[in-house]
Design a protein around this ligand. Structure first.
Ligand code: UDP
Length: 240
């Protein structure tokens, strides 16, 4: 597999073409951004940890029957993935109130929901990824009603699988964001990444934040908690 031209540079990853039109290579960077790109930071090795966490999680999800873009880890920072035509929606599932949900509704952080919630943001940096509802997404031809149903079912299936994975390493899954899109056969599959950058993860016993909120809120243990999540995952899932 040959790594060809840079297709796209994102906030935390670079995406390269390959000599196979249906495949791309992700290269994870050490950079972190928050608040719509206004706050910037990094730590050495973040890209390596996120690449390996995302791949381990995608492999477990595949074993549970969830279709993902994952093909093969090429190096510590690089992964071969299926090229996906991304649907411009950030799909957010929440089990416990935190972040923008608390700001929007005045809910106390840590309130456990009686059932998981689902919301969409319109992926558009210049607009600041505004919240969008299903009718808006359908009216703007971002997705059809049937596709919205399929994406929602996929998101809740991912939630059930992730809750179990993280529970096995003494972590509560507070919320997470996924991105989905069409593979070359036009199937909707899971893409992008699942990592402490895209999830809120709290220690089951202490509620310590083991995710990007360490960076967002300057809590001082940004690198340490990413290493901690990675360590717990590989100890629990050594042979995935
Ligand atoms: N999230 C993400 N990328 C975004 C926005 C949110 O990965 O551009 C994740 C975030 O890490 C959290 C969940 O989605 O796990 C819900 O985020 P929220 O809407 O509370 O926004 P935030 O407080 O992160 O601005």
């Amino acid at each position: 597999m040959q790594k060809l031209d840079l297709l796209y540079t994102g906030k935390a990853k670079k995406v390269f073409k390959t000599d196979d039109d249906s495949l791309c290579i992700f290269e994870y960077k050490d950079d972190a951004t928050a608040f719509n790109g206004e706050k910037k930071g990094s730590f050495d090795g973040k890209g390596i940890i996120n690449n390996q966490i995302a791949n381990l999680i995608f492999k477990i999800l595949e074993q549970k029957g969830i279709k993902t873009h994952f093909v093969k880890e090429l190096s510590k920072r690089e992964t071969l993935v299926k090229k996906v035509d991304i649907i411009p929606l950030e799909v957010i599932v929440r089990n416990i109130a935190a972040g923008s949900f608390c700001k929007r509704y005045g809910t106390a952080e840590g309130t456990v929901f009686s059932s998981p919630t689902l919301e969409f943001s319109y992926k558009n940096d210049s607009l600041g990824d505004p919240l969008i509802n299903d009718y808006h997404a359908i009216a703007l031809n971002i997705a059809t009603r049937e596709q919205i149903e399929e994406i929602s079912n996929l998101a809740f299936a991912v939630n059930n699988a992730l809750i179990e994975i993280f529970k096995n390493i003494d972590i509560k899954l507070v919320d997470f964001k996924i991105e989905v899109g069409f593979d070359s056969q036009k199937n909707i599959i899971l893409s992008d990444e699942i990592s402490p950058d895209t999830c809120r993860l709290w220690d089951i016993h202490t509620n310590k934040k083991l995710d990007k909120d360490q960076f967002r809120l300057d809590l001082g243990e940004f690198a340490d908690v990413y290493h901690e999540v990675y360590k717990r995952l590989v100890e629990k899932y050594p042979n995935v």
